[in-house]
Design a protein around this ligand. Structure first.
Ligand SMILES: Nc1ncnc2c1ncn2[C@@H]1O[C@H](COP(=O)(O)OP(=O)(O)OP(=O)(O)O)[C@@H](O)[C@H]1O
Length: 735
């Protein structure tokens, strides 16, 4: 393979630190392998080079490629992950007497047990309900993450807690962190986060210790630099010392782990602030996809302020990528079926979602259509979600009163959504209710240890269960609405979640489940069959989240759930600020750049309008310009952002002219409609996603009207005029 000039420049970098900004699919591994071989050929001893990869899979991939390219028997440098470096430093610093010996907690349950003890210690004086809620598995997991992040950020628990938006009832995290630390010390244990945290604290505080680890390296090469966190960056600085040259490779536009402490600034600014002056190298050519997607990706990230000024350009030999957008899960099914009809296997297809909740509608639709799929996380299978099992359980009870005598069924419905009561107590109560069909008397021991609020909640729930068989004739969706309302499920889910975002996700899941209620109201046998459904169908399409798709690629990528509030993710209670919007935009950028041959962007018909990212990406322009390039079109191409497209065309050596499209405003959906525009029934409009249509009704606030439009292809829709990417057409018919 012939390296590009840009790749060669990286390989032959001479002295000093270097920062390599590589777009998605730029052949980083190929380049870095060539760089290492170049250094070896220059006479740098293998042991004086350290290569750091983001995770074990990347390390193995790199090691294999390096071994394949090297001469037989050649000694090669170490390729490591931060974890493995941390491991080794812990061992050495312990052996030298700077750290006390600690054993790594490798099993989740071991860590959970200590977290539990820490919480019990801190909430010893609190009431039982508070303690039970804090000991809930999810809440403990959130506490575990909190402890890890405090260490990744090298900060204090208090400072970190104040900075982040943890949900209600989490104030104990700060004390629990301190006590968890004490327990770890007492038991001689440490967590994965300690692998870096302990040695780093030791090295930063002791010059003597530092002297033992510094000076052994001439070159440090580090991949995926955009996802580095504070502890990692500081450890890197210690290891490199003043002697080693650091080469950091990454893409600030793909920094998607802010919740884990990564920030684009590490790549954009902090690298130089930490290490000093660096030479910048771009790797701008992607070998993954065609011009249409490269252009779309460039448009998609354009709105971010914090980004490198770098174009992603498709290599001439890349596959021709086509992009389409559409609406509804039915459209997804059509696409997957058409893919198969063209003789392409479903394993080549991936459905990406912003978060797992959004996958529920996709899973149900694919199950209905008989299209096999795999889930990157099996526990996210819709029929295994506790909330889904419970809602299906409520529906079943409404159709079969005998279930009121089944203690297991009652236990399921008493515990989901959570009633904040310990499971053993619910078990005893469920047994009593199944046997007696009546609520225990006031003095009954079963109610003894329950708070008045818990008693009330459970009694109300039992009353609802008794009432359900009388509502069995209602449509499933209506019945679920009643259940959700009577259980005050939204409030319960929000309260149960340790992070605001998680609570909101659960509430959205409720909405999705109500929409899909017919699927939950299946006959028991069918439901049981679905619950058992083997998920790892090797020949199926993969469903995963954008975070889970990092570094991967597929011939067909369908991005599902492109609606405002879903992607970008926000809500009334949790509005977007500039920083979060930029992170969402990077996530969108990562999502679309996973595709090789085909990208389908799908939004839903729910109450949220199509995502602003659709319009921002100007995907139609991408398709149009790519076609012009293939056909070597002479005449000018109309585009929304002529400056960007012009830059792209000159980067690929094309002389095709571009000119501004008449509807440039499509790229700024929030400001699309002229503030002074007035809407009248009968006007013809163009909507960026739905196409042409005619206004039928205008209502509401005249300054911010809601319009009812009949679109030629997308049917009737109600839109908030000023927030929709629409334009009033001058005359003409909506055909
Ligand atoms: N100069 C080149 N010419 C042609 N193909 C190339 C070149 N450099 C890399 N590639 C191809 O690009 C693909 C991705 O390359 P590689 O495996 O090195 O990158 P990666 O590190 O996995 O990807 P990414 O850059 O997305 O992180 C491979 O198929 C590789 O053969």
């Amino acid at each position: 393979m012939k390296l590009t000039d840009e790749q060669w420049a990286v390989v032959r970098h001479d002295r000093g630190h270097a920062r390599v900004a590589a777009v998605a699919g730029a052949g980083k591994t190929t380049t870095l392998v060539a760089r290492v071989l170049h250094l070896l050929a220059q006479g740098v001893p293998a042991r004086r080079i350290l290569v750091l990869m983001f995770n074990r899979a990347a390390r193995e991939d790199f090691t294999a490629k390096l071994a394949a390219m090297a001469s037989p028997g050649q000694s090669l440098p170490e390729v490591r992950t931060f974890h493995s470096i941390g491991h080794r430093l812990n061992q050495s610093l312990t052996r030298w007497g700077w750290l006390s010996p600690r054993e790594l907690l490798t099993a989740d349950w071991q860590r959970e047990r200590l977290l539990r003890q820490a919480v019990q210690h801190c909430l010893g004086g609190s009431d039982e309900a508070t303690r039970d809620a804090a000991l809930d598995t999810e809440r403990l997991e959130a506490l575990g993450n909190f402890c890890d992040l405090v260490k990744a950020e090298m900060t204090s628990a208090t400072e970190f807690y104040e900075r982040m938006d943890f949900g209600p009832d989490t104030r104990h995290f700060i004390d629990a962190y301190e006590h968890f630390e004490a327990l770890l010390e007492q038991h001689g244990r440490m967590t994965y986060a300690d692998l870096l945290f302990r040695p780093l604290r030791c090295l930063e505080s002791s010059e003597e210790a530092r002297a033992r680890v510094q000076g052994f390296l001439d070159h440090v090469i580090i991949d995926e630099y955009q996802d580095i966190n504070e502890a990692q960056q500081r450890l890197l600085a210690v290891l490199a010392g003043t002697h080693a040259d650091v080469m950091a490779v990454g893409d600030a536009n793909q920094c998607i782990y802010e919740w884990r402490g990564a920030r684009p600034d590490y790549m954009l600014e902090r690298f130089e602030a930490t290490f000093g002056q660096a030479t910048d190298y771009p790797l701008s050519t992607t070998f993954r996809h065609g011009h249409a997607l490269a252009l779309t990706a460039n448009h998609a990230i354009r709105g971010n302020r914090r980004r490198p000024d770098q174009l992603c350009v498709a290599a001439p030999q890349n596959p021709v990528t086509t992009i389409d957008a559409g609406q509804g899960a039915g459209r997804l099914v059509e696409e997957l079926q058409a893919w198969q009809q063209r003789g392409r296997p479903l394993q080549q297809a991936c459905v990406l979602v912003r978060n797992w909740t959004l996958s529920v509608a996709v899973q149900l639709q694919l199950l209905r259509a008989g299209i096999p799929f795999r889930l990157a996380r099996e526990e996210r299978y819709v029929f295994r979600l506790p909330l889904v099992q419970a809602l299906a359980g409520y529906l079943r009870l409404s159709r079969d009163a005998r279930l009121l005598h089944d203690p297991a069924h009652l236990l399921l419905l008493l515990s989901q959504p959570t009633s904040f009561v310990a499971r053993e107590r619910l078990q005893a109560l469920a047994l009593h209710l199944a046997q007696t069909q009546s609520w225990p008397g006031r003095q009954d021991a079963l109610l003894d240890s329950l708070k008045p609020a818990q008693r009330r909640t459970l009694k109300r729930r039992w009353e609802l269960l008794c009432e359900l068989p009388r509502l069995g004739r209602l449509a499933p969706a209506r019945l679920l609405e009643i259940v959700v309302e009577r259980l005050d499920a939204e409030k319960v889910l929000k309260r149960a979640a340790a992070r605001r975002e998680k609570g909101e996700e659960d509430v959205r899941l409720l909405d999705v489940l109500i929409e899909q209620a017919d699927d939950l109201a299946l006959a028991p046998e069918e439901l049981a069959k679905r619950q058992r459904q083997p998920m790892q169908q090797g020949d199926g399409a993969l469903i995963t989240t954008v975070h889970g798709a990092k570094g991967l690629e597929w011939p067909l990528v369908a991005l599902w759930g492109m609606n405002e509030e879903d992607f970008p993710y926000y809500s009334k209670d949790n509005p977007l600020d500039e920083e979060r919007l930029e992170e969402e935009r990077r996530l969108f950028y990562v999502a679309i750049t996973r595709a090789q041959d085909r990208l389908l962007i799908l939004h839903d018909s729910g109450e949220h309008r199509p995502s602003r990212f659709l319009a921002e990406s100007a995907w139609q322009d991408g398709n149009r310009v790519a076609r012009a390039l293939v056909e070597q079109q002479a005449g000018p191409v109309e585009v929304n952002v002529p400056s960007l497209v012009g830059r792209y065309l000159s980067a690929v050596g094309s002389e095709i002219a571009v000119e501004a499209a008449s509807r440039q405003e499509a790229l700024q959906p929030a400001a699309v409609a002229e503030p002074t525009a007035t809407y009248r029934p009968g006007q013809h409009v163009h909507h960026d996603v739905f196409g042409n249509g005619e206004i039928l009704v205008v209502e509401g606030d005249p300054d911010n009207p809601v319009i009812d439009v009949r679109f030629v292809h997308a049917g009737r829709r109600r839109l908030i005029a000023r927030r929709s990417p629409i334009e009033v057409l001058q005359g003409g018919s909506p055909a």
